[in-house]
Design a binder for this molecule. Structure first.
Ligand SMILES: CC(C)(COP(=O)(O)OP(=O)(O)OC[C@H]1O[C@@H](n2cnc3c(N)ncnc32)[C@H](O)[C@@H]1OP(=O)(O)O)[C@@H](O)C(=O)NCCC(=O)NCCS
Length: 280
C-alpha cells in the first residue's frame, strides 16, 4: 500500500500554505494477526514490555499489547533506519508519556491500542498524540459527555440521534484524547475546558483551553474501517501533511477513509489543508 498525498511539486496551494512537515501514522488490525505475526511482535519487545504483556489475563489483550509495542519499535526503525526494532530504549516523562532515552532520535511519537487495532504516529515536530477507539464502545456516552465534554460539544451531540450520536461521541472523544496525549497530560487534564467542532463535510475546529495558541495545533480524523476512528494531534509551527498507512508497508488490507482535518488560519474553507493520504 503506497500513500498518495498532494505531491509537493504540484501542490496548487500558495507556497505559504503548503505543508512542510509530515506526520506519519501507521495502523494495524490486531485481530488479523497470525501466530507467526504475534511471535514476531513478542520477539522485539524489551524484557520489561514482555513482563507487562504477560500480566494481561486475556490472550487478545496480550496480543494487542505486543502488536502495539512492536509496531512502535518497527516504525521507529523504518523511519530512522539506524537501529533494530529491539534496540530502542524508552523512558517515561511526567504523567507516563513515553519518550526515547537521549541520543537515539529527535522524532516525536505516540502509540495507541484498542481491542483489534493498534496505531502509532511519528513526526519531526514538537509533540504528537494519537488515539484509536471502536465506534461500538459507547456505554454511558451521555454521562461521559456531561462530565468531560465542553458545553459546545454537549450541544452538538444533543443535535444527533441514534448511530450518528454514537459515532459523533467517539469522534470527539478520540480527538480530545489525541490532544491530551500530544500534550502528555493524558486524562489528568480537565477535559471540558477545550473541545472540537466538526464543521461541514470535512472540517474540524479546535476550541483550545486557556493560554493555548490555536495556530500551533493540527488535527486529523480517519476511519481505518467503519468500526474504528483514529485521531492525530500535532503541535508544530509548520503546516502538517498527515500520511496514514497500514502496517506493514505495502499491505493492502486496510480501507482507510480520511474524514476530517483542521485548517490553518487564513485558508479557504474548501482546501484540504491537513492533507490526508489514502492507501491505494
Ligand atoms: C495516556 C492515557 C490517556 C491513555 O489512555 P488509553 O486510551 O487507555 O490508552 P491508549 O491505548 O490510547 O494509549 C496508551 C499508550 O499511550 C502512551 N502513554 C501513556 N501515558 C501517556 C501520556 N501521559 N501521554 C501520552 N501518551 C501516553 C503509552 O505508549 C501507552 O501505551 P502502554 O500503556 O501500552 O504503555 C491515559 O493512560 C492517561 O491519562 N494517563 C495519564 C495518567 C496520569 O496522569 N498518570 C500519572 C502517573 S505517572
Amino acid at each position: 500500500m503506497i500513500s498518495k498525498g498532494i505531491p509537493f511539486g504540484n501542490d496548487p496551494r500558495s507556497p505559504a500554505l503548503r505543508p512542510n512537515r509530515s506526520a506519519d501514522v501507521w495502523f494495524r488490525f490486531a485481530g488479523d494477526l497470525t501466530e507467526f505475526d504475534i511471535a514476531a511482535a513478542r520477539a522485539v519487545l524489551s524484557p520489561i514490555e514482555r513482563k507487562r504483556c504477560e500480566r494481561f489475563v486475556f490472550d487478545c489483550d496480550r496480543q494487542t499489547f505486543a502488536a502495539g509495542h512492536a509496531l512502535l519499535r518497527s516504525t521507529l526503525t523504518f523511519h530512522e533506519r539506524l537501529r533494530s526494532p529491539q534496540s530502542w530504549v524508552f523512558q517515561t516523562g511526567s504523567h507516563g508519556k513515553p519518550c526515547l532515552a537521549p541520543g537515539q532520535s529527535e522524532l516525536a511519537f505516540n502509540m495507541t491500542h484498542t481491542a483489534g487495532l493498534v496505531a502509532c504516529a511519528l513526526a519531526n515536530v514538537e509533540s504528537i498524540g494519537v488515539d484509536v477507539e471502536s465506534v461500538e464502545r459507547t456505554a454511558n456516552a451521555d454521562e461521559i459527555a456531561a462530565s468531560y465534554f465542553s458545553q459546545r460539544e454537549v450541544l452538538a451531540l444533543e443535535e444527533c440521534a441514534g448511530l450518528e450520536r454514537q459515532t459523533r461521541f467517539i469522534e470527539l472523544w478520540t480527538l480530545k484524547e489525541a490532544y491530551l496525549k500530544a500534550t502528555g497530560a493524558g486524562l489528568s487534564a480537565p477535559l471540558n475546558k477545550f473541545g472540537f467542532e466538526l464543521c461541514g463535510a470535512s472540517g474540524l475546529q479546535f476550541n483550545p483551553p486557556d493560554n493555548t495558541t490555536i495556530a500551533d495545533w493540527h488535527f486529523a480524523l480517519f476511519a481505518p474501517s467503519p468500526h474504528y476512528r483514529l485521531a492525530v494531534a500535532v503541535r508544530s509551527v509548520q503546516l502538517i501533511e498527515f500520511r496514514v498507512r497500514g502496517w506493514p508497508p505495502g499491505s493492502t488490507s486496510a480501507q482507510l477513509v480520511p474524514l476530517r482535518a483542521s485548517r490553518p488560519i487564513g485558508s479557504s474553507a474548501h482546501e484540504p489543508l491537513s492533507t490526508a493520504t489514502v492507501p491505494v
